[in-house]
Design a protein around this ligand. Structure first.
Ligand SMILES: [Zn+2]
Ligand SMILES: [Zn+2]
Ligand SMILES: [Zn+2]
Length: 201
């Protein structure tokens, strides 16, 4: 995949330089992954489920830290690959009856979290996102639409740490590990999100 090899060749730099690289990567992702040129929104592929903390996190992004609250090492990808829609507009743009806006990628731990309620990050403090020039990527998540083809539902917002996590296991004691609650794990609130699957591998 061209995008991956390009990104891997970029050196890891400071957060400031990283913000520039992030913008470049987003542009690359847009050119490669946009379904059609007519849509205003872009998509970013490469989101994965972490087998240790159950969060959705972004893999292989040059400036990303990947920090799992369970292992304190990088998140461990398992299962399918997901593709999220985003825009570069003011917070809340694109929100509708079955779509929630304002989801962000945390540059400190790589998790997807809900921006307006940014809570505890395993890296310490709250989750945060990089502000390149203009508006940073704002991911749009479909919710309460059941489970259409090529999507997986039962992804939920954790009200303790604000990250998105998978809550679909039959054994409901398996909630991953939450950086705010090491005993009971992530705890779901609100919508039932359905996340687009890009690869069943
Ligand atoms: Zn993890
Ligand atoms: Zn974080
Ligand atoms: Zn949590």
């Amino acid at each position: 995949m061209q995008k991956k090899s390009d990104i891997k060749q970029l050196p890891r730099r400071s957060v400031l330089a990283g913000a520039v690289a992030l913008g470049a990567s987003a542009a690359t992702a847009k050119s490669i992954f946009s379904p059609t040129a007519a849509t205003a929104d872009s998509t970013l592929n490469g989101w994965r489920f972490c087998a240790n903390c159950f969060e959705l996190f972004l893999v292989d992004f040059t400036v990303d830290q990947s920090l799992c609250p369970r292992t304190r090492g990088p998140h461990q990808a398992a299962g399918w690959t997901f593709r999220l829609t985003y825009n570069l507009s003011p917070a809340g743009t694109g929100e509708s009856g079955n779509t929630q806006a304002s989801w962000r990628h945390c540059y400190r731990c790589a998790a997807l979290y809900w921006g307006p309620g940014a809570l505890r990050c395993p890296a310490g403090g709250s989750h945060g996102y990089i502000h390149p020039s203009g508006y940073p990527r704002q991911f749009l998540l479909p919710h309460d639409i059941g489970e259409p083809a090529r999507m997986q539902h039962q992804w939920r917002y954790c009200f303790k740490c604000s990250a998105l996590f998978y809550n679909g296991y039959a054994y409901k004691g398996q909630y991953g590990l939450c950086p705010y609650d090491y005993i009971y794990g992530h705890t779901a609130a609100g919508y039932d999100f359905a996340i687009p699957v890009s690869a069943y591998t």
